[in-house]
Design a protein around this ligand. Structure first.
Ligand SMILES: [Zn+2]
Length: 242
């Protein structure tokens, strides 16, 4: 590196350092703020739990937009979460945890988690983590077993199907979308945990930043996509009997 380049590098590093710290000073390290930039301290602990589970710091602050319409949403580019202001507190908490997990997936995979073919992983894992932090994961897991076993019986579970997320799940319309698709996505995550250990879904996400679905799966599990698919369907079948 020439002296000139070194100087420019130093200036840029210093600017980034100040930008990050200025953000921390202005927002006091808060995870969440509302659209008026007011800190949302009631939700702080959710962000901290998400960080602990994934072992990664969230880009702060996350802006929470309260809207009148049902359903949660996220936007990785603007680092925003949208929740229904009319939901009861418990539902708001689950939604915040779920949507924060989506932002975390974007951070870890450099936004690849929002690619069509990875949406089933994105929703499957966000649903589990949302329930783990703020809801009832045992009931959610039981629901996952039941629904994914029924979907498998109908021939509705395969990588080919779930990777075409818009067709498989729908557009997100509350009434017309196939919400069982979330549980099928979660069954894949639960399979990875069951077979390869608790940390596997997080390792898998990290590999996804630089690798295709198939390569990331091979790096995480040592098995091919075809092998994993057979074993995942078998797992759903066995779990459905319990
Ligand atoms: Zn979601």
């Amino acid at each position: 590196m020439t002296t000139n380049k070194k100087d420019i590098f130093k200036i840029i590093s210093t600017l980034i350092f100040f930008a990050v710290n200025l953000n921390n000073i202005v927002y006091g390290g808060n995870v969440y703020i509302d659209q008026n930039k007011k800190p949302l301290l009631d939700y702080q602990v959710i962000g901290e739990k998400v960080e602990k589970i994934y072992g990664v710091k969230l880009n702060r602050p996350v802006t929470v937009i309260f809207k009148e319409t049902p359903g949660g949403r996220f936007n990785c580019e603007s680092n925003e979460i949208f929740i229904n202001q009319n939901d009861p507190l418990q539902k708001k908490l689950v939604t915040i945890a779920h949507e924060t997990s989506h932002l975390m997936h974007c951070q870890i995979t450099n936004n690849k988690s929002t690619n069509e073919e990875l949406r089933f992983v994105d929703e499957g894992l966000a649903s589990i983590i949302g329930q783990r932090i703020t809801g009832d994961e045992d009931s959610y897991k039981a629901q996952t077993k039941e629904e994914s076993a029924l979907e498998r019986d109908k021939g509705n579970v395969s990588f080919e199907l779930v990777k075409k997320w818009k067709k498989y799940f729908g557009t997100g319309n509350i009434a017309t979308s196939n919400w069982k698709a979330y549980r099928v996505g979660s069954s894949f995550i639960y399979y990875l945990i069951y077979k390869y250990g608790e940390g596997t879904p997080f390792d898998f996400l990290k590999y996804l930043e630089r690798s295709s679905f198939q390569e990331a799966l091979l790096k995480t599990t040592g098995n091919s996509e075809q092998e994993i698919e057979v074993a995942w369907l078998e797992y759903i079948y066995e779990q459905g009997k319990i």
